[in-house]
Design a protein around this ligand. Sequence first.
Ligand code: NAP
Length: 315
Amino acid sequence: MPEIETIDLAIVGGGPAGLTAALYGARARAKTVVFESNLPGGQIVTTDHVENYPGFPDGISGTELGDLMHQQAEKFGAEFRTFASIARIEPDGSDFLVTNTEDETVRAHAVILATGAVPTKLGVPGEAEFTGRGVSWCATCDGAFFRDKTVAVIGGGDAAVEEAMFLTKFASKVYIVHRRDQLRATKCIQEKCFANDKIEMKWSRTVAEIIGTDGRVSAVRLASTKGEPDEVLPVDGVFVFVGVAPKSSLVKDLCELDDAGYVKVDRNGLTSYPGLYAAGDVTDSQLKQVITAAGDGAVAAFEALKWIDERLCSI
Ligand code: NAP
Protein backbone atom coordinates (compact mmCIF):
# COMPACT_ATOMS: atom_id res chain seq x y z
CA MET A 1 0.00 0.00 0.00
CA PRO A 2 1.47 3.43 -0.96
CA GLU A 3 2.54 5.61 1.94
CA ILE A 4 0.03 8.32 2.81
CA GLU A 5 1.29 11.88 2.36
CA THR A 6 1.52 13.76 5.67
CA ILE A 7 0.88 17.49 5.93
CA ASP A 8 0.58 19.88 8.85
CA LEU A 9 -2.61 21.75 8.14
CA ALA A 10 -5.53 20.63 5.96
CA ILE A 11 -7.92 23.47 5.20
CA VAL A 12 -11.22 22.35 3.75
CA GLY A 13 -12.80 25.19 1.79
CA GLY A 14 -11.24 28.06 -0.14
CA GLY A 15 -13.36 31.09 0.76
CA PRO A 16 -12.09 34.09 2.78
CA ALA A 17 -11.83 31.99 5.98
CA GLY A 18 -9.88 29.18 4.31
CA LEU A 19 -7.70 31.53 2.27
CA THR A 20 -6.73 33.58 5.33
CA ALA A 21 -6.02 30.41 7.34
CA ALA A 22 -3.83 29.28 4.43
CA LEU A 23 -1.93 32.58 4.45
CA TYR A 24 -1.22 32.26 8.18
CA GLY A 25 -0.32 28.57 7.91
CA ALA A 26 2.06 29.13 4.99
CA ARG A 27 3.72 32.16 6.59
CA ALA A 28 4.40 30.01 9.69
CA ARG A 29 6.17 27.58 7.31
CA ALA A 30 3.71 24.80 8.03
CA LYS A 31 2.88 22.46 5.15
CA THR A 32 -0.54 23.88 4.39
CA VAL A 33 -2.95 22.52 1.80
CA VAL A 34 -6.32 24.01 0.86
CA PHE A 35 -8.89 21.57 -0.52
CA GLU A 36 -11.56 23.32 -2.58
CA SER A 37 -14.21 21.62 -4.67
CA ASN A 38 -14.40 24.61 -7.00
CA LEU A 39 -12.12 27.57 -7.69
CA PRO A 40 -10.77 29.44 -4.61
CA GLY A 41 -12.83 32.47 -3.56
CA GLY A 42 -15.94 31.02 -1.92
CA GLN A 43 -19.32 32.75 -1.82
CA ILE A 44 -17.87 36.23 -2.40
CA VAL A 45 -17.13 35.41 -6.03
CA THR A 46 -20.88 35.59 -6.60
CA THR A 47 -20.97 39.11 -5.10
CA ASP A 48 -20.67 41.98 -7.52
CA HIS A 49 -19.37 44.58 -5.10
CA VAL A 50 -17.94 44.28 -1.60
CA GLU A 51 -17.91 47.67 0.11
CA ASN A 52 -17.40 46.75 3.76
CA TYR A 53 -14.00 45.05 3.58
CA PRO A 54 -11.49 47.56 5.01
CA GLY A 55 -8.77 48.87 2.73
CA PHE A 56 -10.96 49.33 -0.34
CA PRO A 57 -12.72 52.70 0.10
CA ASP A 58 -14.37 52.43 -3.33
CA GLY A 59 -15.27 48.78 -2.81
CA ILE A 60 -13.94 45.82 -4.76
CA SER A 61 -15.58 43.07 -6.78
CA GLY A 62 -16.02 39.79 -4.91
CA THR A 63 -14.15 37.91 -7.64
CA GLU A 64 -11.18 40.26 -7.42
CA LEU A 65 -11.04 40.13 -3.63
CA GLY A 66 -11.17 36.31 -3.67
CA ASP A 67 -8.47 36.21 -6.32
CA LEU A 68 -6.17 38.56 -4.36
CA MET A 69 -6.58 36.46 -1.20
CA HIS A 70 -5.77 33.32 -3.19
CA GLN A 71 -2.67 34.89 -4.77
CA GLN A 72 -1.43 36.12 -1.40
CA ALA A 73 -1.77 32.69 0.27
CA GLU A 74 -0.12 30.97 -2.69
CA LYS A 75 2.72 33.50 -2.76
CA PHE A 76 3.69 32.44 0.77
CA GLY A 77 3.62 28.73 -0.11
CA ALA A 78 0.10 27.45 0.55
CA GLU A 79 -0.81 24.64 -1.81
CA PHE A 80 -4.22 24.41 -3.50
CA ARG A 81 -5.92 21.20 -4.56
CA THR A 82 -9.06 22.22 -6.40
CA PHE A 83 -12.00 20.58 -8.14
CA ALA A 84 -12.19 17.53 -5.88
CA SER A 85 -14.59 17.54 -2.95
CA ILE A 86 -13.56 16.18 0.39
CA ALA A 87 -15.67 13.13 1.17
CA ARG A 88 -14.43 12.20 4.67
CA ILE A 89 -12.50 13.57 7.63
CA GLU A 90 -11.59 10.74 10.03
CA PRO A 91 -9.48 10.83 13.17
CA ASP A 92 -6.37 8.65 13.09
CA GLY A 93 -4.63 8.75 16.46
CA SER A 94 -4.21 12.44 17.08
CA ASP A 95 -4.03 13.13 13.32
CA PHE A 96 -6.80 13.18 10.72
CA LEU A 97 -7.20 11.32 7.44
CA VAL A 98 -8.71 13.63 4.87
CA THR A 99 -10.07 11.81 1.81
CA ASN A 100 -11.49 13.27 -1.38
CA THR A 101 -14.15 11.87 -3.68
CA GLU A 102 -11.39 10.34 -5.85
CA ASP A 103 -10.34 8.28 -2.79
CA GLU A 104 -7.06 10.20 -2.39
CA THR A 105 -6.11 10.52 1.27
CA VAL A 106 -3.70 12.79 3.16
CA ARG A 107 -2.78 12.65 6.81
CA ALA A 108 -3.02 16.05 8.52
CA HIS A 109 -1.86 17.03 11.99
CA ALA A 110 -4.77 19.49 12.22
CA VAL A 111 -7.82 20.37 10.14
CA ILE A 112 -9.60 23.68 9.66
CA LEU A 113 -13.12 23.33 8.32
CA ALA A 114 -13.96 26.43 6.27
CA THR A 115 -16.66 25.04 4.03
CA GLY A 116 -19.01 28.00 4.39
CA ALA A 117 -22.70 27.87 3.68
CA VAL A 118 -25.02 27.26 0.75
CA PRO A 119 -28.09 29.28 -0.24
CA THR A 120 -31.37 28.02 1.17
CA LYS A 121 -34.09 26.98 -1.23
CA LEU A 122 -37.66 28.26 -1.07
CA GLY A 123 -39.14 24.79 -1.49
CA VAL A 124 -42.13 25.96 -3.54
CA PRO A 125 -43.65 24.47 -6.71
CA GLY A 126 -41.78 25.61 -9.83
CA GLU A 127 -38.47 26.35 -8.06
CA ALA A 128 -36.69 23.14 -9.05
CA GLU A 129 -38.40 22.92 -12.42
CA PHE A 130 -37.33 26.43 -13.51
CA THR A 131 -33.84 26.52 -11.96
CA GLY A 132 -31.57 27.77 -14.75
CA ARG A 133 -34.68 28.78 -16.73
CA GLY A 134 -35.45 31.96 -14.86
CA VAL A 135 -34.81 30.88 -11.25
CA SER A 136 -31.33 31.79 -9.97
CA TRP A 137 -29.31 32.12 -6.76
CA CYS A 138 -26.59 34.30 -8.31
CA ALA A 139 -27.24 37.80 -9.65
CA THR A 140 -23.58 38.27 -10.65
CA CYS A 141 -23.69 35.09 -12.74
CA ASP A 142 -27.12 35.47 -14.33
CA GLY A 143 -28.09 39.16 -14.06
CA ALA A 144 -27.00 40.04 -17.60
CA PHE A 145 -29.59 37.60 -19.02
CA PHE A 146 -32.32 39.90 -17.69
CA ARG A 147 -31.53 43.09 -19.59
CA ASP A 148 -34.70 45.24 -19.87
CA LYS A 149 -36.71 42.52 -18.15
CA THR A 150 -38.67 42.30 -14.91
CA VAL A 151 -37.37 40.22 -12.03
CA ALA A 152 -38.40 39.39 -8.48
CA VAL A 153 -35.83 39.11 -5.70
CA ILE A 154 -37.01 37.06 -2.73
CA GLY A 155 -35.75 37.90 0.79
CA GLY A 156 -35.07 40.93 2.95
CA GLY A 157 -31.50 40.43 4.20
CA ASP A 158 -28.21 41.98 3.03
CA ALA A 159 -27.86 39.52 0.17
CA ALA A 160 -31.36 40.10 -1.25
CA VAL A 161 -31.18 43.88 -1.09
CA GLU A 162 -27.61 44.20 -2.42
CA GLU A 163 -28.29 41.77 -5.25
CA ALA A 164 -31.57 43.54 -6.09
CA MET A 165 -29.60 46.77 -6.51
CA PHE A 166 -27.06 45.01 -8.69
CA LEU A 167 -29.88 43.63 -10.87
CA THR A 168 -31.14 47.16 -11.59
CA LYS A 169 -28.04 47.54 -13.81
CA PHE A 170 -29.77 45.17 -16.25
CA ALA A 171 -33.44 44.74 -15.43
CA SER A 172 -35.97 47.51 -16.10
CA LYS A 173 -37.90 46.60 -12.93
CA VAL A 174 -36.93 44.72 -9.78
CA TYR A 175 -39.47 43.67 -7.16
CA ILE A 176 -38.24 42.75 -3.70
CA VAL A 177 -40.63 40.26 -2.16
CA HIS A 178 -40.28 40.16 1.60
CA ARG A 179 -42.36 38.26 4.13
CA ARG A 180 -42.44 41.12 6.65
CA ASP A 181 -42.96 44.89 6.36
CA GLN A 182 -39.41 45.69 7.49
CA LEU A 183 -36.12 44.68 5.92
CA ARG A 184 -33.46 42.77 7.85
CA ALA A 185 -30.65 44.28 5.69
CA THR A 186 -28.10 46.73 7.15
CA LYS A 187 -29.52 50.28 7.30
CA CYS A 188 -27.09 51.88 4.83
CA ILE A 189 -27.90 49.15 2.28
CA GLN A 190 -31.63 49.81 2.85
CA GLU A 191 -31.17 53.56 2.25
CA LYS A 192 -29.64 52.93 -1.18
CA CYS A 193 -32.37 50.44 -2.02
CA PHE A 194 -35.21 52.84 -1.16
CA ALA A 195 -33.56 55.56 -3.28
CA ASN A 196 -33.49 53.30 -6.35
CA ASP A 197 -36.55 53.99 -8.47
CA LYS A 198 -36.28 50.71 -10.38
CA ILE A 199 -36.99 48.79 -7.16
CA GLU A 200 -40.52 48.23 -5.87
CA MET A 201 -41.18 46.53 -2.56
CA LYS A 202 -43.75 43.78 -2.21
CA TRP A 203 -44.11 43.81 1.56
CA SER A 204 -45.60 41.00 3.64
CA ARG A 205 -45.63 38.52 0.80
CA THR A 206 -44.18 35.06 0.32
CA VAL A 207 -43.80 33.07 -2.87
CA ALA A 208 -46.48 30.39 -3.11
CA GLU A 209 -45.55 29.20 -6.60
CA ILE A 210 -43.23 29.99 -9.49
CA ILE A 211 -45.20 29.84 -12.72
CA GLY A 212 -43.73 29.08 -16.14
CA THR A 213 -44.78 29.44 -19.73
CA ASP A 214 -43.03 27.58 -22.57
CA GLY A 215 -40.46 26.18 -20.12
CA ARG A 216 -39.38 29.52 -18.61
CA VAL A 217 -40.46 31.61 -15.64
CA SER A 218 -43.34 33.92 -16.50
CA ALA A 219 -44.81 34.88 -13.09
CA VAL A 220 -44.80 34.30 -9.36
CA ARG A 221 -47.88 33.74 -7.25
CA LEU A 222 -47.49 35.67 -4.02
CA ALA A 223 -49.34 34.85 -0.82
CA SER A 224 -49.99 37.51 1.78
CA THR A 225 -48.73 37.15 5.35
CA LYS A 226 -51.50 39.58 6.36
CA GLY A 227 -54.50 37.65 5.06
CA GLU A 228 -54.86 39.54 1.77
CA PRO A 229 -55.72 37.69 -1.47
CA ASP A 230 -52.93 36.04 -3.53
CA GLU A 231 -51.39 38.10 -6.30
CA VAL A 232 -49.92 36.84 -9.58
CA LEU A 233 -46.95 39.02 -10.51
CA PRO A 234 -45.65 38.69 -14.08
CA VAL A 235 -41.81 38.40 -14.00
CA ASP A 236 -39.10 36.99 -16.26
CA GLY A 237 -36.78 35.91 -13.47
CA VAL A 238 -36.76 35.00 -9.78
CA PHE A 239 -33.62 35.49 -7.66
CA VAL A 240 -33.75 33.71 -4.32
CA PHE A 241 -31.83 35.08 -1.29
CA VAL A 242 -33.61 33.68 1.75
CA GLY A 243 -30.58 32.88 3.85
CA VAL A 244 -27.95 30.20 3.91
CA ALA A 245 -27.38 26.78 5.50
CA PRO A 246 -23.99 25.66 6.85
CA LYS A 247 -22.02 22.98 4.98
CA SER A 248 -21.14 21.00 8.07
CA SER A 249 -22.09 17.43 7.12
CA LEU A 250 -18.40 16.36 6.93
CA VAL A 251 -17.98 16.80 10.67
CA LYS A 252 -21.48 16.08 11.95
CA ASP A 253 -20.37 12.86 13.66
CA LEU A 254 -17.07 14.32 14.92
CA CYS A 255 -17.94 17.50 16.75
CA GLU A 256 -20.86 19.41 18.20
CA LEU A 257 -23.21 21.37 15.94
CA ASP A 258 -25.93 23.77 17.02
CA ASP A 259 -29.61 23.17 16.23
CA ALA A 260 -29.28 24.87 12.83
CA GLY A 261 -26.25 22.73 11.91
CA TYR A 262 -23.55 25.38 12.50
CA VAL A 263 -20.29 24.06 13.98
CA LYS A 264 -19.88 25.13 17.59
CA VAL A 265 -16.48 26.73 18.16
CA ASP A 266 -14.77 28.45 21.05
CA ARG A 267 -13.17 31.88 20.66
CA ASN A 268 -10.07 30.20 19.17
CA GLY A 269 -12.03 28.43 16.45
CA LEU A 270 -11.63 25.07 18.20
CA THR A 271 -14.52 22.64 17.78
CA SER A 272 -15.43 20.07 20.43
CA TYR A 273 -12.88 17.67 18.84
CA PRO A 274 -9.16 18.27 19.58
CA GLY A 275 -7.20 19.32 16.50
CA LEU A 276 -10.33 20.11 14.50
CA TYR A 277 -10.93 23.83 14.01
CA ALA A 278 -13.60 25.69 12.06
CA ALA A 279 -13.77 29.21 10.64
CA GLY A 280 -16.16 31.49 8.77
CA ASP A 281 -19.79 30.97 7.77
CA VAL A 282 -19.89 27.28 8.77
CA THR A 283 -19.43 28.22 12.45
CA ASP A 284 -21.98 29.37 15.00
CA SER A 285 -20.45 32.87 15.11
CA GLN A 286 -23.02 35.65 15.02
CA LEU A 287 -21.64 37.98 12.36
CA LYS A 288 -21.26 36.47 8.88
CA GLN A 289 -19.07 38.85 6.88
CA VAL A 290 -15.93 38.59 4.75
CA ILE A 291 -13.97 40.42 7.43
CA THR A 292 -15.10 38.09 10.23
CA ALA A 293 -14.47 35.01 8.08
CA ALA A 294 -10.94 36.26 7.40
CA GLY A 295 -10.42 37.00 11.11
CA ASP A 296 -11.74 33.56 12.08
CA GLY A 297 -9.36 31.96 9.57
CA ALA A 298 -6.35 33.76 11.03
CA VAL A 299 -7.26 32.79 14.61
CA ALA A 300 -8.00 29.16 13.72
CA ALA A 301 -4.68 28.79 11.85
CA PHE A 302 -2.71 30.40 14.68
CA GLU A 303 -4.34 28.10 17.25
CA ALA A 304 -4.07 24.98 15.08
CA LEU A 305 -0.33 25.57 14.55
CA LYS A 306 0.17 26.12 18.28
CA TRP A 307 -1.67 22.86 18.94
CA ILE A 308 0.47 20.97 16.38
CA ASP A 309 3.71 22.40 17.85
CA GLU A 310 2.74 21.49 21.42
CA ARG A 311 1.83 17.95 20.35
CA LEU A 312 4.87 17.30 18.18
CA CYS A 313 7.22 18.75 20.82
CA SER A 314 5.78 16.41 23.46
CA ILE A 315 6.29 13.26 21.33
P1 NAP B 1 -30.25 36.48 6.12
O1 NAP B 1 -29.58 37.67 6.69
O2 NAP B 1 -30.48 35.29 6.98
O3 NAP B 1 -31.65 36.96 5.52
C1 NAP B 1 -32.54 36.05 4.95
C2 NAP B 1 -33.78 36.80 4.52
O4 NAP B 1 -34.67 35.89 3.88
C3 NAP B 1 -34.53 37.42 5.71
O5 NAP B 1 -35.02 38.68 5.37
C4 NAP B 1 -35.66 36.41 5.96
O6 NAP B 1 -36.82 37.02 6.43
C5 NAP B 1 -35.91 35.89 4.57
N1 NAP B 1 -36.40 34.51 4.56
C6 NAP B 1 -35.88 33.44 5.22
N2 NAP B 1 -36.57 32.33 4.90
C7 NAP B 1 -37.55 32.71 4.06
C8 NAP B 1 -38.59 32.02 3.39
N3 NAP B 1 -38.77 30.70 3.51
N4 NAP B 1 -39.42 32.72 2.57
C9 NAP B 1 -39.26 34.06 2.42
N5 NAP B 1 -38.29 34.77 3.02
C10 NAP B 1 -37.44 34.09 3.84
O7 NAP B 1 -29.50 35.89 4.83
P2 NAP B 1 -28.58 36.59 3.71
O8 NAP B 1 -29.11 37.90 3.30
O9 NAP B 1 -28.37 35.53 2.69
O10 NAP B 1 -27.21 36.82 4.48
C11 NAP B 1 -26.53 35.72 5.10
C12 NAP B 1 -25.42 36.29 5.97
O11 NAP B 1 -24.43 36.91 5.15
C13 NAP B 1 -25.94 37.38 6.91
O12 NAP B 1 -25.25 37.28 8.12
C14 NAP B 1 -25.59 38.67 6.20
O13 NAP B 1 -25.39 39.77 7.05
C15 NAP B 1 -24.30 38.29 5.48
N6 NAP B 1 -24.14 39.10 4.26
C16 NAP B 1 -23.52 40.29 4.38
C17 NAP B 1 -23.35 41.13 3.30
C18 NAP B 1 -22.67 42.45 3.48
O14 NAP B 1 -22.18 42.70 4.57
N7 NAP B 1 -22.59 43.30 2.50
C19 NAP B 1 -23.86 40.75 2.05
C20 NAP B 1 -24.54 39.52 1.95
C21 NAP B 1 -24.68 38.71 3.08
P3 NAP B 1 -36.91 37.64 7.93
O15 NAP B 1 -36.15 38.93 7.88
O16 NAP B 1 -38.36 37.78 8.14
O17 NAP B 1 -36.27 36.60 8.81
